[in-house]
Design a binder for this molecule. Structure first.
Ligand SMILES: [Zn+2]
Length: 267
């Protein structure tokens, strides 16, 4: 019963954060510093009733209340997805027992993870739309990941577990290292400068060589499956691929399948 209540609260909270994140994407793009959300075409200032995640979008049929211009599916989908992600994070949390026992390190890690996913949401949408990653958000994601990493190390040490520094270091070598190399070799032709920095954040969140390896693999798999039809449709000229969304998708899969992957590799 308690878990269901938590799951529902997290869904609502996640949807609200999804709406917030999506809004930030446009603010960053348009360098908008105004305090209120407003319609992008007529400037109508959104009332609280227009700001209820998911529900407002459905009630208004995805249109602005005043001018009727379409708002777009990105908002709606990101609200639903972030709601599901927050709930999913709770239900699929790798150290769920510790989380349910409210072990304080684990609870702190859980909330840092949620904050990080909102930054990832912004990176995901921005990179998918414009093939670049806003620098401020990128560095913020590295900073948040560094805090997560710090808490995890502290947790390990306080529980008397060994910290596998070599595995962590090799993780950095394989994930950000690979994208950095690609970026340097191709002179930004295949891989953008933001991707390897995003990978630094991912490596900090994963803190393990095999998990970094799995993320690299998953990201490229997802990327290939999605990009191949696109490339075939457009034919010839191959543009730079926005790796951000694939890296984030790969990371999420690996993060929640952590124990399965480690067991699979036989460590
Ligand atoms: Zn409008």
């Amino acid at each position: 019963m308690r878990n269901i209540a938590i799951a529902i609260i997290l869904f609502i909270f996640g949807a609200a954060m999804g709406s917030f994140g999506c809004c930030q994407v446009w603010r960053i793009r348009k360098k908008d510093k105004s305090k209120w959300s407003h319609c992008m075409s007529c400037g109508y200032r959104l009332m609280p009733i227009d700001n209820i995640p998911i529900i407002s979008w459905i009630l208004l049929g995805g249109r602005c209340r005043k001018c009727g211009k379409k708002i777009g599916y990105a908002e709606f989908l990101s609200e639903i997805f972030m709601g599901l992600l927050f709930t999913g994070a709770f239900l699929l949390w790798p150290e769920k027992e510790m989380l349910l026992k409210l072990q304080h390190f684990e609870v702190i890690k859980f909330f840092i993870f949620l904050i990080e996913t909102v930054l990832f949401e912004i990176i995901f949408i921005y990179d998918a739309k414009w093939k670049e990653i806003p620098t401020k958000i990128l560095y913020a994601s590295v900073a948040v990941a560094a805090v997560f990493f710090g808490v995890e190390i502290w947790q390990c040490l306080s529980m008397g577990q060994t910290v596998f520094w070599l595995s962590i270091a090799l993780g950095f070598l394989i994930l950000p290292g690979f994208y950095y190399l690609m970026y340097k070799i191709s002179n930004e032709a295949w891989v953008g400068g933001g991707d390897w920095i995003l990978c630094v954040a991912l490596a900090l969140m994963l803190g393990d060589f095999w998990l970094c390896m799995a993320t690299l693999f998953a990201a490229n798999m997802i990327g290939t499956i999605i990009m191949v039809p696109f490339t075939l449709m457009r034919g010839k000229k191959q543009a730079r691929i926005p790796f951000g969304p694939f890296l984030i998708a790969g990371f999420l899969v690996v993060f929640f399948a952590k124990h399965f992957i480690i067991r699979f590799i036989g460590l």
